[in-house]
Design a binder for this molecule. Structure first.
Ligand code: PLP
Length: 402
């Protein structure tokens, strides 16, 4: 009999709660409490994450120190603003920013940061967003940076003005220009690089925001863009930082962070009221960044290289398989293994191959590559899982050989 069924049965007895719980553990028919397995209970597939910090795969796992911070902080009341003040000060100091606040993800950091730029501390304007009719209402970005992520900015009511060159950018500036926005991972494909972009903002006295959502490692990126002079820096908390998935950080100029917070909970009647971050997540974010700056990043990189080498060496033994290792220059900057196969010798499509890994036991998620190829990262693996990944991929490739 399960423990909770026993408890359910006993609650109908006319016994006081205290007496009941005192006698319960001694009952001969009660087995030792079993840890509840919610994945099993709800019939959920768990998997080994050889893909990376993908939002739809729940991004990353919380390290023990983060879980501890969240559980411990769940047991006391505190003012939400007080936690944000103190954690914000700590994060700002770590990241060389004047101020910082924990947001509901990088996306939320972008919404709130933009809102702060538009409204300042004007309560009327704060209550008015996303109606920007009497405010500055344009955000300039480079064409190659004008991706789906600008929707975070557009939530506030602004219009995006895409430009190609520095000259075009200066021509686009007018009395409606509220902000310049830079998407870090798109930097290699843009004509205006960071320093020049920041300088253009300074020259025209327009705040400049950067999105570095998935851009640690390297750890230095936590402060690099603050040092460079960006007015606002937005990063995800739940990707490689391994904080709560629904947390992020907005950091930068003190007056702008204060204005952003006026657009956010616990205050209501504003655009950010639905972007609440509970205290456990704020503490969790603090514990995560504190851990992240203390871990040995060189050692971790070496572990990733070793894991990649182990998988690569196993799979390239299969005839018809070729492998390459690369490191994306900006976002998800971690060793990435591409495994490709000759479809004439290994008869399985990429989709079917992924499906076989998914259906296996344990289930494994990898990333789709080009035709007849998959990509793997190992930074989200738990220790020793690389052996399972190597063995399973080897097995499926071998099975599909003709
Ligand atoms: C993941 C991501 C976001 C959104 O971040 P969340 O923390 O999920 O809100 C924004 N921009 C980029 C470039 C991202 O990769």
């Amino acid at each position: 009999m399960k423990r909770r069924e026993v408890i359910k049965g006993l609650t109908v007895l006319p016994v006081a709660g205290a007496a009941l719980s005192a006698s319960l553990p001694l009952s001969p028919f009660v087995a030792a409490p079993v840890k509840r397995d919610l994945f099993a209970e709800l019939g959920l597939r768990r998997f080994i994450n050889a893909a990376g910090t993908y939002t739809f795969m729940t991004a990353s796992l919380l390290p023990e120190e983060v879980v501890e911070a969240m559980v411990a902080s769940s047991k006391e009341y505190v003012l939400l603003d007080d936690v944000q003040d103190k954690v914000g000060e700590k994060i700002a100091a770590i990241c060389h920013a004047e101020a910082a606040t924990v947001t509901a993800g990088c996306w939320s950091a972008m919404v709130l940061g933009t809102a702060g730029v538009l409204t300042g501390k004007d309560q009327n304007k704060i209550g008015q967003l996303p109606d920007v009719s009497n405010m500055k209402s344009e955000v300039i970005t480079q064409n190659s940076h004008n991706t789906g992520y600008v929707h975070a900015l557009k939530n506030t009511g602004v219009r995006i003005v895409p430009v190609e060159t520095a000259g075009e950018l200066e021509d686009a500036i007018n009395e409606k220009t509220a902000m310049l926005w830079f998407l870090n991972y798109a930097a290699p494909s843009g004509k205006i690089q960071h320093e020049e972009f920041v300088a253009l903002g300074k020259k025209h006295n327009i705040p400049v925001m950067i999105d570095i959502a998935a851009d640690v490692p390297p750890v230095e990126n936590l402060w690099k863009y603050n040092d460079m002079g960006f007015d606002l820096v937005c990063i995800s908390g739940g990707k490689a930082l391994r904080g709560p998935q629904s947390a992020g950080i907005l950091m930068g100029r003190k007056d702008l962070i204060e204005a952003a917070r006026l657009n956010a909970p616990p205050r209501g009647g504003n655009i950010g009221r639905g972007m609440k971050v509970n205290k456990e997540e704020v503490f969790g974010m603090y514990a995560a960044i504190d851990r992240y700056i203390r871990i040995d990043h060189e050692k971790e990189w070496k572990i990733w290289e070793d894991r990649i080498a182990l998988i690569e060496n196993a799979v390239k033994k299969v005839n018809g398989v070729t492998t390459t290792v690369s490191v994306p220059p900006v976002a998800n900057h971690t060793p990435t293994l591409n495994i490709s196969w000759d479809i004439n010798r290994i008869k399985v499509t990429r989709q079917e191959f992924q499906e076989r890994l998914r259906r296996g036991n344990p289930s494994i998620e990898v990333v789709a590559g080009a035709e007849n190829s998959i990509n793997i990262t190992v930074f989200m693996l738990e220790p020793k899982q690389e052996r399972i990944v190597a063995a399973r991929i080897y097995e499926e490739l071998t099975k599909a050989q003709v």
